[in-house]
Design a protein around this ligand. Structure first.
Ligand code: OGA
Ligand code: MN
Length: 279
């Protein structure tokens, strides 16, 4: 019997007793999507799965889509990417893992960003490497009224890279560059399932607010990010091998803690679920 246990924190719920093989049954899939919209993040404990099983499970949340970076796609199941964030002894590691160390929402450099991301742990380090999540409904609601008025109706430019990000992203092939022109999104978006407003921020990809000088835009984006950095909006997930975590990119940000031992393997399968244009 499925039990939805709220984290009682800023966001998140744990789904106990879920038979992953039945997740696509319409009634259960509807329950899972309601839990995602309400809690913004669901944790489903279990055993490591094959890429095909992960893709099939992810379909309960919508249409799995292929991800930008071709080299990460799993050969036989292109909708599943394999994310290796192992820290190498020579000091190099996967660039996108390092970049995921700052707060971000996935895929905002696309005109139609992913609704949700599913991460499934295949190998985890002995300690550290947790993933933290931020509730962007509560961040929006916590803003002073004057700030809410200032950002009302404002739009912002998101790009694959921006000088505002702390780290540089993975290099793109010519085909990947062609797929990632800059895009514009509202700074405040409305969740299509719940009607709640969320601040649509992404310190890794958000370059500037449309119609503002760079300095004014930078100052306002920094002010908004400062609210999102407050722990009252956060929930941390400590991984167990085989966990599935699904988060709602429409109203959350996330970051990984790169604090695990060098040389210990950290491998995740990742699926993005097709979204809709932010409004
Ligand atoms: C991601 C991501 C964080 C992690 O897959 O989009 O940011 O903990 N991952 O690996
Ligand atoms: Mn991410």
């Amino acid at each position: 019997m499925l039990e939805i246990v709220s984290s009682k924190g800023a966001l998140g719920a744990r789904l106990e007793g879920l038979d992953r093989a039945k997740a696509n049954e319409p009634e259960l899939a509807a329950t899972l999507n309601r839990a995602l919209a309400e809690h913004l993040l669901v944790v489903i404990p279990g055993d490591p799965m094959t890429p095909a099983q992960t893709r099939d499970f992810a379909a309960a949340f919508g249409k799995p889509q292929t991800q930008l970076l071709r080299y990460k796609r799993s050969g036989e199941v292109p909708e599943v990417s394999v994310m290796v964030s192992t820290l190498m002894t020579d000091g190099t590691t996967d660039k996108t893992a390092l970049r995921a160390e700052d707060w971000h929402t996935d895929d905002s450099y696309f005109a139609i960003p992913a609704k949700a991301t599913l991460l499934h742990s295949i190998e985890i380090p002995s300690q550290g490497g947790s993933t933290w999540f931020c509730n962007m409904h509560s961040v929006y609601e916590a803003l002073p009224e004057a700030t809410k008025k200032r950002i009302d109706g404002k739009r912002a430019i998101h790009g694959y890279d921006t000088p505002r990000a702390r780290n540089r992203p993975s290099p793109r092939t010519p085909a990947e560059i062609a797929e990632t022109p800059d895009v514009e999104h509202p700074l405040v978006r409305t969740h299509p399932d719940t009607g709640r407003k969320a601040l649509y921020l992404n310190p890794n990809r958000l370059d500037r607010i449309v119609g503002m000088e760079r300095a004014e835009s930078d100052a306002l984006l920094d002010e908004l990010a400062d609210e999102a950095r407050k722990p009252q909006h956060h929930f941390g997930h400590v991984w167990k091998r085989g966990d599935i975590v699904v988060w709602d990119n429409r109203a959350t940000m996330h970051r990984v803690m790169i604090d695990y031992p060098v040389g210990e393997t950290r491998i995740m399968q990742r699926v993005l679920i097709e979204g809709s244009r932010p409004v």
